[in-house]
Write a protein that binds this ligand. Structure first.
Ligand SMILES: [Zn+2]
Length: 325
């Protein structure tokens, strides 16, 4: 399997490998008269660099042809190589201010993210030995996001020129605060980051600093994106796809069912966020800090949403938050 695919208008999709169950992240190279815009370069690993060297050679691209680097959002699998590319190209790295605020929180000099995440999970009943595994797990990403780039801010509501077309920048929160999608009316194309993915459900996570509104924001953003006429969507994972509107409906449905089933389970038996996470994902999830973090934060996103809608309530017992009907 080759790691690149060429789409209309010469857009090159590069599948940059990931050491997680997601397998790869999509980077896109968009050509114009000056060279290339690179979207979401991938995680910084030796395998990613090998893939990039091969991909650039395959398409006769010299790395200095890349004049702009654009990030849909701050997650390490999208952001990690931005600084590496910037060092080699001098290209500006464009990102939204809110996404960048998370980068500073996660990987800045005074990074506070891990401690805040541990405090959040502790409140929701995660056992101490699992909490202990979180900071080293998060710290293990440092070399995969280094060197870190100098960034230039772009804002939702503006327009970005890529591949000789104007792309509208759309705020798309919920999966990642500050995420941007890019819509080209000329071709009805949408670069959608991780907000809408084919085959897999984008993770919606409660994260420190933005607690509570994630699922509401995600569902609101999906409704907003659903209003766009999209002929081809370029996602952050899996392959470009058609049927964007239909996929959005499926995702909204998925969360509706998930919310119903969680509300039902809370009615059966009140429990902590961690106990609900185990009930939903199985005790085995605890064996992998990466998967546990996604499962726990997604469980909390649903519980918080149900509580905001007054379908369940919570109280504090022995310092831990317990949900009940
Ligand atoms: Zn993401």
């Amino acid at each position: 399997m080759t790691s690149t695919t060429v789409w209309p208008k010469g857009i090159i999709q590069v599948k940059v490998p990931l050491p997680f169950s997601l397998k790869w992240v999509n980077s896109y190279l968009l050509r114009d008269e000056k060279g290339y815009t690179l979207i979401d370069p991938g995680l910084h690993t030796p395998e990613s660099i090998e893939t990039w060297n091969a991909a650039l050679a395959e398409h006769d691209i010299v790395i200095q042809d890349i004049h702009t680097i654009v990030l849909t959002h701050q997650h390490p699998d999208h952001y990690g190589l931005a600084g590496w590319f910037q060092q080699r190209t001098g290209a500006p790295v464009l990102i939204s201010p809110r996404s960048y605020a998370y980068i500073v929180k996660m990987w800045g000099k005074d990074r506070s993210y891990a401690a805040e995440l541990v405090a959040l999970y502790r409140q929701h009943g995660m056992p101490e030995h699992l909490l202990d595994a979180m900071p080293p797990h998060l710290e293990s990403f440092m070399d995969k996001v280094s060197p870190q780039p100098e960034v230039t801010f772009i804002e939702a509501g503006g327009v970005l020129r890529m591949a000789g077309m104007d792309w509208q920048m759309i705020d798309a929160p919920g999966h990642a605060s500050g995420q941007l999608c890019f819509y080209a009316p000329e071709r009805k194309w949408m670069i959608c980051g991780d907000q809408v993915l084919p085959n897999i459900t984008p993770n919606v996570s409660v994260v420190p600093g933005d607690e509570g509104g994630e699922l509401e924001q995600f569902l609101g953003s999906l409704k907003q994106l659903g209003a766009y006429e999209v002929e081809l969507a370029f996602p952050g994972h899996r392959d470009p796809f058609t049927g964007f509107g239909l996929r959005i409906e499926e995702l909204i449905d998925h969360h509706k069912r998930r919310l119903e089933s969680i509300a039902e389970r809370v009615k059966e038996e009140g429990c902590t966020g961690y106990a609900m996470c185990e009930r939903l994902f199985g005790a085995r999830i605890a064996g992998n800090p990466h998967n546990l973090r996604f499962a726990m934060s997604e469980t909390l996103a649903h519980l918080f949403h149900l509580e905001q809608r007054n379908e369940i309530s919570s109280s504090i017992r022995d310092g831990v938050i317990v949900y009940q009907a």
